[in-house]
Design a protein. Structure first.
Lengths: 497, 497
């Protein structure tokens, strides 16, 4: 038997095992071509991709090393005796092969695949094979099957009250932090809105990252239930609640590949809403030249897919198309976006108009779900709750209930202003590019890093006038971000009308 | 700047870089979601997948580690100052995304993809994305483009003589080592047959592994040319000649995924023949219930694809369908297969009939390429060269020219006989299963490991009578192989007629 060793390497959502080439018990090369081995001990077993080690300081000849995720998953102490065998590939890979060959898969096939993916039985190349095979075509029935399969492997929340509302934006627009305003408004009205949000993966800020500037967001199911019972709303990190563990694994491959199909996006979103126990859902689809959805025809197709899945799983849905032509508000990055949201709730004079109006529109459409409210009164009611300070008070109560944030996040002290190269009018702003600059500046790892916009579409600018300011806290990040912004600012300045 | 460190880990055809989580210059987490970084120094640069290290004994905070393949590729000494940046994905991934979306790709798109794959710019998940996207459909024009792209990145052999013949079997049938007999016959006749063969990747023996029992096979282009000049033939390892470096990388993903499309197989084979400078090619397609090709209709489709590509690249081709219902000869594994081939050439009384007749058929079809030979005389001529001992003498001369094998390979000393469970007649033999048993027994790493068959289709057997013998040299391998054979022998015994 080999002795188990924890290898302090983070392989990011892939199980990796290490075996010494000089191992006297197994010949490492025999395992290499098929890459995967099964590691077993005391009735526990995991599948892992094999790497071979040629340095006995890293791994002794009689040791079997496991990278961090796989070590945690096996759940045994270092030194435990382990055996390895040639891994049989997960049985559900047969379904993936059928999909590659053009088959339409059944509900149970998707359930098998998602169970194996969630249990880390797939290597990253196997996950890629599944995603790409499914990307070539999926019937709407298959999207439904995938949605149900993904919802089934995570935590399932249940709520006693009749109406549980939720909102979701498909993303892609920097600064679009409406949830921070919508949740307090809706909760102040008295509808239950237990909002779980994601942390940014490749974007500069998720709602969970932004809320974490103000309050703790790593909140479990029981505590979440308590907070919603008292305040009708919360803003917590969905990852901690474990609503869609399959999604975390799939995303670790989707993002690097930058393959983002409509079908997989809808299944991912709807599975989380199903798991979260929502009864009514508002979906925000920004449409614009650098947004995820670029034209109205595409937006309508996407809306119909959302509506079909919602109908089948028994969720009331409203889909709204919003302006996706430029970033929303002024800040991009957690601290800056939290600042914008709070200013709107404070009815501050310098609060960004576009963020306020957008949040009111969305909150109004959600309030229209309330059977007790007269039809079409939603936006008006939302405006009242914002103007009266009731929404701000509700955010304060939610913050108090969730508890203080982990550490004081302050705006990055290293700054650089990016200026206009000519006189004119802002004609276009590239959402991708600005998100990338903010990300390189350190957001969201550094909550205080990001980009603060001074000019929006239609604003007149003079040559040399600042368009936006980069904030960073870390020299390498500052260098990456300023280099990126320097090569192209992301702004197009047109002739003055 | 970080200091470069070689990390003694073999990641098998994937570039992997290691960065300490405590690195003061870069924040490792910022790079994690997109996985890939660019490592640059002195004008050299490589792309690598990032792993994060939490143990300063493995990697110091100011070091950048590279796994073996990536370290070799960067080509700088340890301690060299290196910088890292966020990697832009290889530009050719845009073509892959277009293919995923259903596009038909151009010749230049395939050339871009294959160049990047060969330069290790693709991660394994990116390679999987390409393979699966292409698996969903490829036009015959695309197969041709892929063939040309793969041939273009490797060594290109050129021969002065008019006719350069070659043979290729699509594989899948254990023991099918006809090349060891065909090459000496054809070379004895005087046609040039510079045979490059593969080593086994997931099968128990490749022709290169088997020839290596008798002679050195790691032979470069110049030496190969000399040997063929003197003897008209050789049997060398194609990997050493580097005919299709792209194939090596693609296979490292294809095999674990067990995705093997006709189109990609044909492109892989034909690119190597194109690179090898062959003018006439015989392709052997075994057809049988556990072979790669299971029925005649499928075989005909495959033949047509081979013929189309051959026509376009200007290669004369002959495709022959052979019996793929059971292993060929008796031995499975390099030493055992070399034994069978030599016995045939020696005209030994106990030489396996099926291997001899098959080799004569194939050699005869190749000799029919000779314009100097009367039409249809090929098989007869092959039989003469075998019976006269000319072929055996030619093999001896080729062995002498290639030089002695690296070390004496002897038959594995640990043996286990697998016996019939009932009286009857051998009705079916599962090629996959027997290949797997031989592989687990240690073949081809252990040249002397494998399976020696005592019974073939139609043979009568008595209960308890040995069907085959497992040979192994290593206890773990012996355990794996006997356990596999014990759970199902791979033989089906039917009632005696």
């Amino acid at each position: 038997m080999l002795r188990l060793k924890a290898v302090a390497i983070d392989t990011y959502h892939e199980n990796v095992a290490y075996l010494a080439r000089s191992c006297p018990l197994y010949r490492a090369e025999d395992f290499l071509a098929l890459s995967k081995i099964e590691v077993a001990s005391s009735g526990r077993r995991i599948l892992a991709t094999l790497n071979i080690v040629d340095d006995t300081r890293v791994l002794a000849a009689d040791e079997l090393g496991l990278a961090q995720q796989s070590f945690r998953q096996l759940g045994l102490p270092e030194g435990a005796p382990v055996e390895i065998t040639h891994a049989s590939p997960p049985a559900s890979l047969d379904h993936v092969r059928a999909k590659i060959a053009g088959a339409t898969l059944s509900q149970s096939a998707y359930a098998d695949i998602i169970r194996d993916v969630t249990a880390n039985r797939y290597s990253k190349m196997e996950i890629a094979a599944f995603l790409i095979a499914a990307a070539s075509f999926m019937t709407t029935e298959e999207v439904l099957s995938l949605t149900r399969a993904m919802a089934a492997v995570g935590t399932r929340l249940e709520w006693r009250d009749g109406i549980v509302v939720d909102k979701h934006c498909i993303g892609g627009i920097p600064g679009n932090r409406t949830s921070m305003i919508v949740v307090p408004i809706v909760a102040a009205h008295g509808l239950n809105i237990p909002k779980t949000s994601s942390r940014a993966i490749t974007s500069p800020a998720g709602t969970a990252d932004t809320m974490e500037v103000l309050a703790r967001v790593d909140i479990g199911v029981d505590e979440m239930r308590e907070i919603v019972g008292a305040e009708h709303g919360c803003l917590v990190w969905g990852g901690h609640v474990n609503l869609s563990p399959a999604d975390d694994v799939l995303i670790s491959v989707e993002r690097p590949l930058a393959v983002d199909t409509r079908e997989q996006m809808v299944a991912s979103i709807m599975s989380k809403k199903l798991a979260a126990g929502s009864t009514h859902l508002l979906v925000d689809i920004p449409v614009g030249p650098t947004a995820k959805v670029r034209d109205r025809a595409d937006a309508v197709r996407l809306r119909k897919l959302f509506e079909y899945i919602a109908g089948e799983v028994g969720l009331t849905i409203d889909v709204v198309f919003t302006d996706g032509s430029q970033p929303v508000g002024r800040g991009i990055g957690p601290v800056l976006e939290a600042r914008d949201a709070v200013r709107v709730l404070e009815n501050a004079a310098d609060a960004p108009d576009d963020l306020r109006e957008r949040a009111l529109l969305l909150a109004g459409r959600i309030l229209d779900f309330d059977p007790g409210l007269k039809g079409g009164r939603g936006v008006e009611r939302a405006r009242e709750l914002l103007a009266s300070g009731a929404a701000l008070e509700k955010l304060r109560r939610i913050i108090a209930a969730q508890g203080p944030p982990p550490d004081g996040a302050t705006l990055g002290a290293m700054t650089r202003d990016i200026v206009a190269e000519r006189d004119g009018v802002v004609e276009a702003i590239d959402c991708h590019r600005l998100a990338r600059v903010a990300r390189l500046a350190g957001a969201p790892t550094d909550k205080g890093a990001g980009v603060d916009l001074f000019k929006k579409l239609g604003d007149p600018v003079a040559q040399g006038e600042p368009l936006y300011r980069i904030h960073a806290a870390f020299p390498a990040d500052f260098r990456f971000a300023t280099a990126m912004a320097g090569s192209a600012s992301g702004y197009r300045i047109g002739a003055r009308a």
